[in-house]
Design a protein around this ligand. Structure first.
Ligand code: HEM
Ligand code: NAG
Ligand code: NAG
Ligand code: NAG
Ligand code: NAG
Ligand code: NAG
Ligand code: NAG
Ligand code: NAG
Ligand code: NAG
Length: 325
Protein backbone atom coordinates (compact mmCIF):
# COMPACT_ATOMS: atom_id res chain seq x y z
CA UNK A 1 0.00 0.00 0.00
CA UNK A 2 2.81 2.35 0.97
CA UNK A 3 4.63 1.52 -2.26
CA UNK A 4 1.45 2.07 -4.23
CA UNK A 5 0.92 5.52 -2.68
CA UNK A 6 4.51 6.43 -3.47
CA UNK A 7 3.96 5.43 -7.09
CA UNK A 8 0.82 7.60 -7.27
CA UNK A 9 2.72 10.51 -5.72
CA UNK A 10 5.54 9.94 -8.18
CA UNK A 11 3.15 9.98 -11.13
CA UNK A 12 1.53 13.18 -9.85
CA UNK A 13 4.94 14.77 -9.40
CA UNK A 14 5.91 13.89 -12.96
CA UNK A 15 2.61 15.18 -14.40
CA UNK A 16 3.05 18.35 -12.38
CA UNK A 17 6.53 19.00 -13.65
CA UNK A 18 5.60 18.27 -17.25
CA UNK A 19 2.53 20.51 -17.14
CA UNK A 20 4.49 23.06 -15.18
CA UNK A 21 3.15 26.24 -13.71
CA UNK A 22 3.98 28.36 -16.69
CA UNK A 23 1.38 29.91 -18.95
CA UNK A 24 1.25 31.08 -22.53
CA UNK A 25 1.46 34.85 -22.72
CA UNK A 26 2.28 35.29 -19.02
CA UNK A 27 3.35 38.91 -19.66
CA UNK A 28 0.17 39.69 -21.63
CA UNK A 29 -0.97 42.36 -19.20
CA UNK A 30 2.18 43.10 -17.17
CA UNK A 31 4.39 43.76 -20.19
CA UNK A 32 2.35 43.24 -23.36
CA UNK A 33 5.22 43.96 -25.73
CA UNK A 34 7.72 41.66 -24.02
CA UNK A 35 7.59 38.75 -26.45
CA UNK A 36 7.51 41.08 -29.45
CA UNK A 37 10.57 42.96 -28.20
CA UNK A 38 12.52 39.71 -27.96
CA UNK A 39 11.36 38.56 -31.37
CA UNK A 40 12.09 41.88 -33.07
CA UNK A 41 15.55 42.08 -31.58
CA UNK A 42 16.31 38.50 -32.62
CA UNK A 43 14.96 39.19 -36.12
CA UNK A 44 17.13 42.27 -36.33
CA UNK A 45 20.40 40.72 -35.18
CA UNK A 46 20.49 36.97 -35.65
CA UNK A 47 20.43 37.11 -39.48
CA UNK A 48 23.76 38.95 -39.30
CA UNK A 49 25.17 36.37 -36.91
CA UNK A 50 23.30 33.11 -37.57
CA UNK A 51 25.64 31.14 -35.33
CA UNK A 52 23.99 32.89 -32.39
CA UNK A 53 20.96 30.65 -32.86
CA UNK A 54 23.06 27.62 -31.94
CA UNK A 55 24.60 29.48 -29.04
CA UNK A 56 21.23 30.49 -27.62
CA UNK A 57 19.52 27.10 -27.81
CA UNK A 58 22.55 25.53 -26.15
CA UNK A 59 22.47 28.20 -23.44
CA UNK A 60 18.81 27.38 -22.78
CA UNK A 61 19.69 23.67 -22.50
CA UNK A 62 22.53 24.34 -20.05
CA UNK A 63 20.31 26.68 -18.04
CA UNK A 64 17.51 24.12 -17.76
CA UNK A 65 19.78 21.21 -16.78
CA UNK A 66 21.15 22.93 -13.69
CA UNK A 67 18.67 24.12 -11.04
CA UNK A 68 15.94 24.25 -13.65
CA UNK A 69 15.38 26.91 -16.31
CA UNK A 70 16.07 29.79 -13.94
CA UNK A 71 18.77 31.87 -15.59
CA UNK A 72 21.42 30.41 -13.29
CA UNK A 73 23.69 29.89 -16.30
CA UNK A 74 23.87 33.67 -16.71
CA UNK A 75 25.23 34.51 -13.27
CA UNK A 76 28.81 35.76 -12.89
CA UNK A 77 28.76 35.79 -9.13
CA UNK A 78 26.64 34.85 -6.11
CA UNK A 79 27.47 35.43 -2.46
CA UNK A 80 27.42 31.69 -1.70
CA UNK A 81 29.50 30.48 -4.64
CA UNK A 82 31.60 33.56 -5.38
CA UNK A 83 32.68 33.44 -9.00
CA UNK A 84 32.56 29.63 -9.08
CA UNK A 85 29.28 29.80 -10.96
CA UNK A 86 28.04 27.55 -13.76
CA UNK A 87 29.83 29.72 -16.31
CA UNK A 88 33.18 28.61 -14.97
CA UNK A 89 32.42 24.89 -15.34
CA UNK A 90 34.03 23.19 -18.33
CA UNK A 91 30.79 22.60 -20.29
CA UNK A 92 30.03 26.31 -20.08
CA UNK A 93 33.36 27.57 -21.18
CA UNK A 94 32.13 27.27 -24.75
CA UNK A 95 28.67 28.72 -24.17
CA UNK A 96 28.28 31.97 -26.10
CA UNK A 97 25.72 34.73 -26.38
CA UNK A 98 25.70 36.19 -22.85
CA UNK A 99 26.13 39.73 -24.15
CA UNK A 100 23.17 39.22 -26.48
CA UNK A 101 20.95 38.30 -23.53
CA UNK A 102 22.27 41.30 -21.58
CA UNK A 103 21.28 43.63 -24.41
CA UNK A 104 17.82 42.10 -24.63
CA UNK A 105 17.42 42.46 -20.89
CA UNK A 106 18.26 46.18 -21.12
CA UNK A 107 15.51 46.66 -23.70
CA UNK A 108 12.99 44.84 -21.53
CA UNK A 109 13.99 46.73 -18.39
CA UNK A 110 13.50 49.98 -20.31
CA UNK A 111 10.01 48.86 -21.37
CA UNK A 112 8.83 47.37 -18.06
CA UNK A 113 11.32 47.40 -15.21
CA UNK A 114 11.51 44.32 -13.01
CA UNK A 115 8.88 42.31 -14.86
CA UNK A 116 10.48 39.95 -17.38
CA UNK A 117 12.80 37.24 -16.07
CA UNK A 118 16.17 36.44 -17.59
CA UNK A 119 15.16 32.77 -17.73
CA UNK A 120 12.17 33.63 -19.95
CA UNK A 121 14.32 35.84 -22.14
CA UNK A 122 16.68 32.91 -22.78
CA UNK A 123 13.77 30.55 -23.54
CA UNK A 124 12.11 33.00 -25.94
CA UNK A 125 15.32 34.08 -27.67
CA UNK A 126 16.32 30.44 -28.21
CA UNK A 127 13.01 29.64 -29.90
CA UNK A 128 12.85 32.82 -31.97
CA UNK A 129 16.38 32.47 -33.24
CA UNK A 130 15.90 28.85 -34.30
CA UNK A 131 12.74 29.85 -36.18
CA UNK A 132 14.79 32.47 -37.94
CA UNK A 133 17.27 29.89 -39.17
CA UNK A 134 14.35 28.13 -40.86
CA UNK A 135 14.11 25.60 -38.06
CA UNK A 136 11.12 24.52 -36.01
CA UNK A 137 9.03 26.66 -33.71
CA UNK A 138 7.56 25.54 -30.41
CA UNK A 139 5.33 26.86 -27.66
CA UNK A 140 7.14 28.82 -24.97
CA UNK A 141 4.87 29.29 -21.99
CA UNK A 142 6.35 31.96 -19.71
CA UNK A 143 6.42 32.95 -16.05
CA UNK A 144 9.80 31.48 -15.11
CA UNK A 145 11.51 33.34 -12.30
CA UNK A 146 15.24 33.75 -11.86
CA UNK A 147 17.26 31.71 -9.38
CA UNK A 148 19.53 33.09 -6.69
CA UNK A 149 22.30 30.54 -6.96
CA UNK A 150 24.69 29.15 -9.53
CA UNK A 151 27.18 26.42 -8.76
CA UNK A 152 30.00 25.26 -11.05
CA UNK A 153 30.23 21.74 -9.64
CA UNK A 154 26.53 21.14 -10.19
CA UNK A 155 26.96 22.13 -13.84
CA UNK A 156 29.87 19.75 -14.20
CA UNK A 157 27.90 16.89 -12.66
CA UNK A 158 24.55 17.39 -14.36
CA UNK A 159 25.20 18.68 -17.86
CA UNK A 160 25.84 15.71 -20.13
CA UNK A 161 29.44 15.41 -21.30
CA UNK A 162 30.44 14.53 -24.85
CA UNK A 163 32.23 11.51 -23.37
CA UNK A 164 29.11 10.11 -21.69
CA UNK A 165 27.83 6.65 -22.68
CA UNK A 166 24.18 5.78 -23.15
CA UNK A 167 23.75 4.70 -19.52
CA UNK A 168 24.97 8.01 -18.17
CA UNK A 169 23.07 10.03 -20.79
CA UNK A 170 19.88 8.15 -19.95
CA UNK A 171 20.41 8.86 -16.24
CA UNK A 172 21.16 12.53 -16.70
CA UNK A 173 18.08 12.99 -18.88
CA UNK A 174 15.83 10.87 -16.65
CA UNK A 175 16.93 13.03 -13.76
CA UNK A 176 15.31 15.93 -15.60
CA UNK A 177 12.20 13.88 -16.43
CA UNK A 178 13.32 13.50 -20.04
CA UNK A 179 13.22 10.10 -21.71
CA UNK A 180 15.23 8.36 -24.44
CA UNK A 181 13.06 9.87 -27.13
CA UNK A 182 13.78 13.34 -25.79
CA UNK A 183 17.47 12.43 -25.72
CA UNK A 184 17.46 11.52 -29.42
CA UNK A 185 15.35 14.51 -30.44
CA UNK A 186 17.20 17.13 -28.42
CA UNK A 187 20.59 15.79 -29.52
CA UNK A 188 19.25 16.65 -32.98
CA UNK A 189 20.12 20.28 -32.14
CA UNK A 190 23.65 19.25 -33.11
CA UNK A 191 22.43 19.68 -36.68
CA UNK A 192 23.57 23.28 -36.19
CA UNK A 193 26.52 24.92 -34.52
CA UNK A 194 30.12 24.33 -33.72
CA UNK A 195 32.44 22.55 -31.35
CA UNK A 196 36.10 22.52 -30.38
CA UNK A 197 38.74 19.80 -30.50
CA UNK A 198 38.90 18.91 -26.79
CA UNK A 199 35.29 17.73 -26.96
CA UNK A 200 36.23 14.74 -29.13
CA UNK A 201 39.98 14.36 -29.78
CA UNK A 202 40.21 11.52 -27.29
CA UNK A 203 38.45 9.54 -30.03
CA UNK A 204 41.18 10.37 -32.54
CA UNK A 205 44.45 9.89 -30.70
CA UNK A 206 44.65 7.60 -27.72
CA UNK A 207 41.19 6.22 -27.15
CA UNK A 208 42.00 3.33 -24.85
CA UNK A 209 45.58 4.27 -24.01
CA UNK A 210 47.30 2.24 -26.72
CA UNK A 211 47.55 5.04 -29.31
CA UNK A 212 44.29 3.90 -30.91
CA UNK A 213 41.14 5.53 -32.28
CA UNK A 214 37.54 5.04 -31.31
CA UNK A 215 36.54 2.06 -33.48
CA UNK A 216 32.95 3.32 -33.64
CA UNK A 217 34.05 6.45 -35.51
CA UNK A 218 34.30 6.23 -39.31
CA UNK A 219 38.03 5.95 -39.99
CA UNK A 220 38.09 8.26 -43.00
CA UNK A 221 36.31 10.93 -41.00
CA UNK A 222 38.71 10.38 -38.10
CA UNK A 223 41.69 10.80 -40.45
CA UNK A 224 40.25 14.04 -41.77
CA UNK A 225 39.60 15.42 -38.34
CA UNK A 226 43.16 14.61 -37.31
CA UNK A 227 44.90 15.96 -40.36
CA UNK A 228 42.71 18.96 -41.15
CA UNK A 229 41.12 20.11 -37.93
CA UNK A 230 42.65 18.87 -34.70
CA UNK A 231 46.35 18.39 -35.39
CA UNK A 232 46.83 19.36 -31.77
CA UNK A 233 44.59 17.44 -29.39
CA UNK A 234 43.85 20.29 -27.04
CA UNK A 235 43.52 22.97 -29.74
CA UNK A 236 40.83 25.23 -28.31
CA UNK A 237 40.59 27.73 -31.17
CA UNK A 238 39.83 25.71 -34.29
CA UNK A 239 36.12 25.46 -34.98
CA UNK A 240 34.68 22.09 -35.99
CA UNK A 241 31.10 21.80 -37.17
CA UNK A 242 29.09 18.87 -35.88
CA UNK A 243 27.10 18.56 -39.09
CA UNK A 244 29.71 19.40 -41.77
CA UNK A 245 28.36 21.17 -44.81
CA UNK A 246 24.98 21.73 -43.20
CA UNK A 247 25.77 23.41 -39.91
CA UNK A 248 23.46 26.33 -40.51
CA UNK A 249 20.48 24.24 -41.57
CA UNK A 250 18.17 22.67 -39.07
CA UNK A 251 17.59 19.38 -40.85
CA UNK A 252 17.78 15.61 -40.46
CA UNK A 253 21.35 15.29 -41.70
CA UNK A 254 22.69 14.97 -38.14
CA UNK A 255 20.82 11.65 -37.85
CA UNK A 256 22.00 10.49 -41.27
CA UNK A 257 25.59 11.16 -40.18
CA UNK A 258 25.06 9.15 -37.00
CA UNK A 259 24.22 6.10 -39.08
CA UNK A 260 27.35 6.68 -41.17
CA UNK A 261 29.36 6.51 -37.93
CA UNK A 262 30.12 10.20 -38.26
CA UNK A 263 28.53 11.50 -35.09
CA UNK A 264 31.22 13.79 -33.69
CA UNK A 265 30.92 13.13 -29.96
CA UNK A 266 30.85 9.78 -28.20
CA UNK A 267 27.46 10.92 -26.87
CA UNK A 268 26.17 11.27 -30.44
CA UNK A 269 27.62 7.97 -31.54
CA UNK A 270 26.19 6.20 -28.49
CA UNK A 271 22.67 6.84 -29.75
CA UNK A 272 23.22 4.34 -32.55
CA UNK A 273 24.19 1.44 -30.30
CA UNK A 274 21.09 1.23 -28.15
CA UNK A 275 18.25 -0.59 -29.87
CA UNK A 276 15.55 1.84 -28.68
CA UNK A 277 17.39 4.98 -29.73
CA UNK A 278 18.49 3.39 -33.01
CA UNK A 279 14.92 2.45 -33.87
CA UNK A 280 13.82 5.98 -33.16
CA UNK A 281 16.62 7.47 -35.29
CA UNK A 282 15.49 5.29 -38.19
CA UNK A 283 11.90 6.41 -37.70
CA UNK A 284 12.94 10.05 -37.78
CA UNK A 285 14.94 9.52 -40.95
CA UNK A 286 12.03 7.76 -42.62
CA UNK A 287 9.59 10.46 -41.54
CA UNK A 288 9.24 13.98 -42.87
CA UNK A 289 11.14 17.03 -41.73
CA UNK A 290 7.78 18.38 -40.52
CA UNK A 291 7.44 15.39 -38.25
CA UNK A 292 10.92 15.95 -36.84
CA UNK A 293 10.11 19.63 -36.25
CA UNK A 294 6.91 18.78 -34.40
CA UNK A 295 8.57 16.17 -32.22
CA UNK A 296 11.60 18.36 -31.56
CA UNK A 297 9.32 21.22 -30.54
CA UNK A 298 7.47 19.03 -28.05
CA UNK A 299 10.74 17.95 -26.45
CA UNK A 300 11.92 21.58 -26.29
CA UNK A 301 8.69 22.52 -24.55
CA UNK A 302 9.31 19.76 -22.04
CA UNK A 303 12.92 20.85 -21.54
CA UNK A 304 11.78 24.44 -21.03
CA UNK A 305 9.69 23.38 -18.04
CA UNK A 306 12.43 21.62 -16.09
CA UNK A 307 12.45 22.76 -12.45
CA UNK A 308 10.97 26.15 -13.22
CA UNK A 309 10.52 28.61 -10.36
CA UNK A 310 7.19 30.39 -10.42
CA UNK A 311 4.98 32.47 -8.13
CA UNK A 312 7.07 33.90 -5.34
CA UNK A 313 10.16 31.70 -5.57
CA UNK A 314 13.29 33.29 -6.95
CA UNK A 315 13.15 36.82 -8.26
CA UNK A 316 13.08 38.90 -11.42
CA UNK A 317 16.73 39.77 -11.82
CA UNK A 318 17.46 43.35 -12.89
CA UNK A 319 20.85 42.42 -14.35
CA UNK A 320 21.04 38.90 -15.70
CA UNK A 321 24.64 38.44 -14.54
CA UNK A 322 24.04 39.17 -10.83
CA UNK A 323 21.32 38.51 -8.30
CA UNK A 324 19.45 41.59 -7.05
CA UNK A 325 21.01 43.13 -3.96
C1 HEM B 1 22.80 14.77 -25.20
C2 HEM B 1 23.71 15.37 -24.51
C3 HEM B 1 24.54 16.48 -25.08
C4 HEM B 1 25.89 16.55 -25.07
C5 HEM B 1 26.84 15.54 -24.47
C6 HEM B 1 26.26 17.76 -25.74
C7 HEM B 1 27.56 18.18 -25.91
C8 HEM B 1 27.94 19.27 -26.65
C9 HEM B 1 29.29 19.69 -26.88
C10 HEM B 1 30.52 19.03 -26.27
C11 HEM B 1 29.26 20.76 -27.70
C12 HEM B 1 30.45 21.51 -28.28
C13 HEM B 1 31.17 22.32 -27.25
C14 HEM B 1 32.48 22.80 -27.84
O1 HEM B 1 33.39 21.97 -27.98
O2 HEM B 1 32.56 23.99 -28.22
C15 HEM B 1 27.89 21.01 -28.01
C16 HEM B 1 27.46 22.01 -28.84
C17 HEM B 1 26.14 22.29 -29.07
N1 HEM B 1 25.07 21.69 -28.46
FE1 HEM B 1 25.10 20.01 -27.37
N2 HEM B 1 25.14 18.40 -26.15
C18 HEM B 1 24.07 17.67 -25.77
C19 HEM B 1 22.75 18.00 -25.93
C20 HEM B 1 22.32 19.18 -26.50
C21 HEM B 1 20.97 19.68 -26.44
C22 HEM B 1 19.85 19.03 -25.65
C23 HEM B 1 20.95 20.83 -27.15
C24 HEM B 1 19.82 21.77 -27.40
C25 HEM B 1 18.56 21.40 -27.44
C26 HEM B 1 22.28 21.02 -27.68
C27 HEM B 1 22.65 22.03 -28.52
C28 HEM B 1 23.94 22.28 -28.92
C29 HEM B 1 24.28 23.28 -29.92
C30 HEM B 1 23.32 24.12 -30.72
C31 HEM B 1 25.67 23.31 -29.99
C32 HEM B 1 26.52 24.25 -30.84
C33 HEM B 1 26.83 25.47 -29.98
C34 HEM B 1 27.53 26.59 -30.71
O3 HEM B 1 27.54 26.61 -31.95
O4 HEM B 1 28.07 27.45 -30.00
N3 HEM B 1 23.09 20.01 -27.24
N4 HEM B 1 27.10 20.11 -27.35
C1 NAG C 1 29.60 39.05 -16.50
O1 NAG C 1 30.62 38.36 -17.18
C2 NAG C 1 30.67 38.63 -18.56
C3 NAG C 1 31.73 37.71 -19.14
O2 NAG C 1 31.31 36.39 -19.03
C4 NAG C 1 30.98 40.09 -18.78
O3 NAG C 1 31.00 40.37 -20.16
C5 NAG C 1 29.92 40.93 -18.10
O4 NAG C 1 30.25 42.31 -18.20
C6 NAG C 1 29.79 40.56 -16.64
N1 NAG C 1 28.67 41.27 -16.07
C7 NAG C 1 28.68 41.78 -14.85
C8 NAG C 1 27.50 42.57 -14.43
O5 NAG C 1 29.60 41.59 -14.08
C1 NAG D 1 27.88 23.34 -5.01
O1 NAG D 1 27.47 22.03 -5.30
C2 NAG D 1 28.30 21.04 -4.73
C3 NAG D 1 27.88 19.69 -5.29
O2 NAG D 1 26.51 19.52 -5.21
C4 NAG D 1 28.21 21.13 -3.21
O3 NAG D 1 29.05 20.17 -2.62
C5 NAG D 1 28.65 22.54 -2.79
O4 NAG D 1 28.49 22.70 -1.42
C6 NAG D 1 27.85 23.59 -3.53
N1 NAG D 1 28.41 24.91 -3.24
C7 NAG D 1 27.69 25.87 -2.70
C8 NAG D 1 28.39 27.18 -2.47
O5 NAG D 1 26.52 25.74 -2.40
C1 NAG E 1 37.29 35.02 -8.72
O1 NAG E 1 37.40 35.37 -7.36
C2 NAG E 1 38.72 35.29 -6.88
C3 NAG E 1 38.72 35.53 -5.38
O2 NAG E 1 37.49 36.00 -4.94
C4 NAG E 1 39.57 36.33 -7.62
O3 NAG E 1 40.90 36.25 -7.16
C5 NAG E 1 39.53 36.00 -9.10
O4 NAG E 1 40.22 37.00 -9.83
C6 NAG E 1 38.09 35.97 -9.59
N1 NAG E 1 38.09 35.52 -10.97
C7 NAG E 1 37.39 36.14 -11.90
C8 NAG E 1 37.45 35.54 -13.27
O5 NAG E 1 36.71 37.12 -11.68
C1 NAG F 1 29.30 4.16 -18.74
O1 NAG F 1 30.15 5.09 -18.13
C2 NAG F 1 30.24 4.93 -16.73
C3 NAG F 1 31.04 6.10 -16.15
O2 NAG F 1 32.14 6.40 -16.94
C4 NAG F 1 30.85 3.58 -16.41
O3 NAG F 1 30.92 3.39 -15.02
C5 NAG F 1 29.99 2.48 -17.02
O4 NAG F 1 30.61 1.22 -16.86
C6 NAG F 1 29.79 2.74 -18.51
N1 NAG F 1 28.77 1.81 -19.00
C7 NAG F 1 28.94 1.12 -20.11
C8 NAG F 1 27.83 0.22 -20.50
O5 NAG F 1 29.95 1.22 -20.78
C1 NAG G 1 17.99 14.19 -9.81
O1 NAG G 1 19.17 14.16 -9.02
C2 NAG G 1 19.07 14.87 -7.81
C3 NAG G 1 20.44 14.95 -7.16
O2 NAG G 1 21.16 13.78 -7.37
C4 NAG G 1 18.03 14.16 -6.95
O3 NAG G 1 17.89 14.85 -5.73
C5 NAG G 1 16.70 14.16 -7.69
O4 NAG G 1 15.75 13.44 -6.96
C6 NAG G 1 16.83 13.57 -9.06
N1 NAG G 1 15.56 13.76 -9.77
C7 NAG G 1 15.00 12.83 -10.55
C8 NAG G 1 13.69 13.18 -11.22
O5 NAG G 1 15.53 11.74 -10.77
C1 NAG H 1 48.33 6.93 -24.55
O1 NAG H 1 47.86 6.81 -23.24
C2 NAG H 1 48.67 5.98 -22.45
C3 NAG H 1 47.96 5.76 -21.12
O2 NAG H 1 47.45 6.94 -20.63
C4 NAG H 1 50.04 6.61 -22.30
O3 NAG H 1 50.85 5.80 -21.51
C5 NAG H 1 50.64 6.77 -23.68
O4 NAG H 1 51.88 7.47 -23.60
C6 NAG H 1 49.70 7.54 -24.59
N1 NAG H 1 50.20 7.50 -25.95
C7 NAG H 1 50.31 8.58 -26.70
C8 NAG H 1 50.82 8.38 -28.09
O5 NAG H 1 50.01 9.70 -26.30
C1 NAG I 1 48.23 21.20 -24.97
O1 NAG I 1 48.93 20.02 -24.65
C2 NAG I 1 50.33 20.15 -24.75
C3 NAG I 1 50.96 18.78 -24.57
O2 NAG I 1 50.19 17.97 -23.74
C4 NAG I 1 50.79 21.17 -23.70
O3 NAG I 1 52.19 21.34 -23.80
C5 NAG I 1 50.10 22.50 -23.96
O4 NAG I 1 50.43 23.40 -22.94
C6 NAG I 1 48.60 22.31 -24.00
N1 NAG I 1 48.00 23.55 -24.43
C7 NAG I 1 46.95 24.07 -23.84
C8 NAG I 1 46.41 25.32 -24.43
O5 NAG I 1 46.40 23.55 -22.88
C1 NAG J 1 31.36 32.86 -20.77
C2 NAG J 1 32.22 32.64 -19.59
O1 NAG J 1 31.99 33.14 -18.52
N1 NAG J 1 33.22 31.83 -19.79
C3 NAG J 1 34.14 31.52 -18.74
C4 NAG J 1 34.24 30.03 -18.57
O2 NAG J 1 35.23 29.68 -17.67
C5 NAG J 1 36.52 30.14 -18.03
C6 NAG J 1 37.52 29.56 -17.07
O3 NAG J 1 37.15 29.80 -15.75
C7 NAG J 1 36.55 31.67 -18.06
O4 NAG J 1 37.83 32.12 -18.44
C8 NAG J 1 35.51 32.12 -19.06
O5 NAG J 1 35.42 33.52 -19.04
Amino acid sequence: MKGFCLIILGVLAILGSVEGDLEMGFYGSSCPKAEKIVQDYVNQHVPNAPSLAAALIRMHFHDCFVRGCDGSVLLNFTSASGNQTEKVAVPNQTVRGFDFIDRLKSLLEAECPGIVSCADIVALAARDSIVLTGGPSWRVPTGRRDGLMSNASEALAQIPAPFDNITILTQKFANKSLDLKDLVLLSGAHTIGISHCPSFTNRLYNFTGVGDRDPTLDSEYADNLRSRKCRIQNDTTTIVEMDPGSRKTFDLSYYALLLKRRGLFESDSALTRNSNTLTFINQLLQGSIANFYTEFGLSMEKMGQIGVKTGTTGEIRRNCAVVNS
